[in-house]
Design a protein around this ligand. Structure first.
Ligand SMILES: [Zn+2]
Length: 542
C-alpha cells in the first residue's frame, strides 16, 4: 500500500468515523432492521448476483456460472421456485462454489479441466470503500488483507445488539483483552461495540505495538480513532499493555467491577479467558456474575470447564474474518458452543468434503453473503469449517428474531489454532515437507504438527519429529518454523509475538502418528487418531 493510498484511507476513515461514532442504533431499530433483512434475503441475494457478478466482468463467479450453463434469469427463476438455500445447493452441484484455498488464491480454480486463475482481491465486493485494513488472524501463504470497513461494522450492529440484549449484557461494564493493530481484533471490537453505544471501559492489550513491531501507520491508527472519539464525544479507552502472564490484572478489574456494579463483561479469546480464570482462582477471586464473550478459537469442553469453575459464564460467538459475525451463542445452550446462525446476512449450506490426508469426509460449511456491504462477495465459499446445522426450538430471544438454525460442533479441518491465532494448512504443509527436512534432515514423513490440549485447557501445537532425525537444539526447529512463516505473511509477526509469550509451539521427538497420513492434525482428529492407536495397541497386546 503506497503512502498516497494510506492518506486516502485515513481521509475516508476520518469522514466515516465522524458519522459512525455519533450515530448509534436503538434496540427497536435493530429489531426492525433484522426483520426487514430476513424478509429480503432472496431479493438481497439476487441483487448481489445481478450487480456484483453479472454486472462485474472481472468476477471469478462468471466463468463458473458459464461452465454450469447458468444465466441470471435461471437463478432468478430458481430462487423464486425453490428458495435461496435450495438454489445454492443446485449451484454447488453444478460446480458453482469456491474452496477455501481458491478463495485465498493459493490455488487456481479448476473445474472440468478449465483453469480459472484468481487473485484474492477478485473476490472483493466491487461496491466497497475501505476505511481501514486489518490483518486476518492467519499466517497464510499469499497475504490476504481483509478490508474492514465501517459500513460493514455498522451492518453487524443490529444482530450484535440483539445478541447482547438476549444475554443481558447491553450496557454492562466491559473490558476487552485483545491486541492493538496490526492485529485486527482489538480495534474492530471497540468500533463494533461503539455502534451500539456500548463503549468498553478498559482496553487491555496482550501485545504492544513494540511486540508486534507495528509500523507507524498502525500506531497512528489507534491514536487517530481515540482522537476522533473525543471529537465525537465518545470516550474510547487507550490500550493498556497487559501481557499473557499478567492475566491477574484483568481478573482484578473483573472482581472490582463485580463488587461495584454487580456485573461485568470481558471480551477476549478462549485462551485468554482461561488465563483470566486461572489467575482469579490463584488470587482467590470469585467471578460469579462475570460473562466472557469469546471467539477466535473453538471453545473446547476443557476451556469451558475452566471458566465455569470461577462462577463466570461463557458466551461464544462465531466470527469469520471475511464475513463478519456469523452467529452468537444461544441463551439456553445444549453445550459450550451452541450458536444461532445470523441468517439475515448469510446463507449457509453444507457439502461433503474429504479432509486432506485423512480418510474422513466432513460436511463443510459453504457461505454466501447477502448484504451489499459485505467486504467479500461470496457464493458457496467453503470456509475450512464444518459442523452440525440444527433446527431446534430453544425458546431463547434469538430464536424469536427468526434465527432458528443452530450451529454446533464447529471444527476446522485444515487449520490449527493456538492462542486465537489460526494456522492455515497449505503454508504449514510446505514447511513440514520441504523447509524442515532440508534444514534438519530426514524426509517429509518425519514431521507432523499436532494440536493438543494440556491439563489446564490451553491448546498447544506439538511438532512431532521422528527420533531418526538427530536434533541438537529443539529451539532451532521452532525458530525455523517461525522464520518460514514470517516469509509468507505479515501476520506472522503476530504469531511469533503471541506464541513466544505463550510457548504455544513445542517440539517432541517421537514418530508421527501412523494411523493418519495427514501432516496437520487438528485436536479432534488427534484425539480420534490417538484413541484408535491405543485401541489397536491393546488388541495386539491381548
Ligand atoms: Zn437459543
Amino acid at each position: 500500500m503506497s503512502i498516497l493510498d494510506d492518506m486516502k484511507m485515513y481521509a475516508r476513515l476520518a469522514w466515516g468515523l465522524w458519522g459512525f461514532l455519533r450515530q448509534t442504533i436503538t434496540l427497536e431499530e435493530a429489531r426492525a432492521i433484522v426483520r426487514r433483512r430476513m424478509a429480503e434475503r432472496e431479493s438481497n441475494f439476487l441483487r448481489l448476483v445481478e450487480r456484483g457478478i453479472f454486472g462485474n466482468p472481472g468476477s471469478p463467479y462468471l466463468p463458473l456460472l458459464k461452465l454450469a450453463g447458468c444465466e441470471l434469469g435461471d437463478i432468478q427463476n430458481m430462487v423464486q421456485a425453490k428458495g435461496l438455500e435450495e438454489t445454492l445447493r443446485v449451484l454447488r452441484e453444478g460446480g458453482v462454489y469456491v474452496t477455501f484455498e481458491e478463495f485465498k488464491a493459493r490455488t487456481p480454480i479448476v473445474r472440468d479441466g478449465h483453469v480459472i486463475p484468481v487473485q484474492a482481491r477478485d473476490f472483493d465486493n466491487p461496491y466497497l470503500s475501505h476505511y481501514y485494513q486489518a490483518e486476518t488472524g492467519g499466517t497464510t501463504g499469499v497475504r490476504t488483507r481483509v478490508a474492514v470497513d465501517l459500513d460493514h461494522l455498522a451492518d453487524d450492529a443490529p444482530r450484535r445488539m440483539l445478541a447482547y440484549d438476549a444475554h443481558g449484557v447491553l450496557g454492562v461494564p466491559t473490558a476487552i483483552w485483545l491486541s492493538v493493530p496490526p492485529a485486527g481484533s482489538g480495534i474492530g471490537c471497540i468500533l463494533s461495540n461503539a455502534c451500539l453505544g456500548h463503549i468498553p471501559r478498559k482496553w487491555f492489550s496482550p501485545l504492544t505495538s513494540r511486540d508486534l513491531r507495528a509500523s507507524l501507520k498502525y500506531r497512528l491508527l489507534v491514536e487517530y480513532v481515540i482522537a476522533m472519539g473525543q471529537l465525537s464525544g465518545v470516550s474510547i479507552p487507550r490500550p493498556e499493555p497487559v501481557g499473557l502472564d499478567q492475566a491477574a490484572a484483568v481478573a482484578r478489574w473483573a472482581a472490582e467491577t463485580l463488587e461495584a456494579d454487580g456485573a461485568c463483561v470481558i471480551s477476549s479469546t478462549a485462551s485468554l479467558a482461561v488465563r483470566v480464570c486461572l489467575a482469579a482462582r490463584e488470587e482467590g477471586l470469585s467471578l460469579t456474575g462475570a460473562k466472557f464473550m469469546v471467539g477466535g478459537e473453538p471453545p473446547t469442553p476443557a476451556k469451558v470447564r475452566e471458566i465455569a469453575r470461577t462462577g463466570a459464564r461463557w458466551i461464544p460467538h462465531y466470527f469469520f474474518g471475511e464475513v463478519g459475525l456469523v452467529g452468537y451463542g444461544c441463551v439456553q445452550p445444549v453445550d459450550g458452543n451452541d450458536i444461532h446462525l445470523f441468517k439475515d446476512a448469510l446463507a449457509l449450506i453444507q457439502c461433503p468434503r474429504q479432509v486432506p490426508g485423512f480418510e474422513v469426509t466432513v460436511d463443510a460449511f459453504c457461505f454466501t453473503t447477502l448484504l451489499p456491504t459485505a467486504p467479500k462477495l461470496m457464493v458457496n465459499v467453503e470456509s475450512d469449517d464444518y459442523g452440525l446445522i440444527e433446527n431446534r426450538s430453544c425458546g431463547c430471544p434469538l430464536e424469536s428474531c427468526g434465527f432458528t438454525e443452530h450451529l454446533r460442533h464447529i471444527r476446522s479441518f485444515c487449520k490449527l489454532t493456538g492462542e486465537g491465532i489460526t494456522l492455515v494448512g497449505s503454508e504449514m504443509v510446505r514447511i513440514l515437507e520441504e523447509v524442515l527436512p532440508a534444514r534438519f534432515g530426514g524426509s517429509p514423513l518425519d514431521y507432523q504438527l499436532l494440536e493438543e490440549e494440556d491439563e489446564e485447557g490451553f491448546t498447544r501445537l506439538s511438532l512431532l519429529v521422528s527420533p531418526k532425525v538427530e536434533l541438537e537444539d529443539k529451539g532451532k526447529v521452532i525458530e525455523a518454523v517461525l522464520e518460514a512463516l514470517e516469509q509468507g505473511s505479515a501476520a506472522a509477526k503476530l504469531t511469533r509475538a503471541v506464541w513466544s509469550q505463550a510457548r504455544t509451539l513445542r517440539v517432541k521427538q517421537m514418530e508421527p502418528i501412523p494411523t493418519a497420513r495427514g501432516k496437520l492434525m487438528p485436536l479432534h482428529l488427534a484425539q480420534r487418531s490417538q484413541s484408535s492407536t491405543n485401541a489397536s495397541t491393546e488388541k495386539i497386546e491381548t
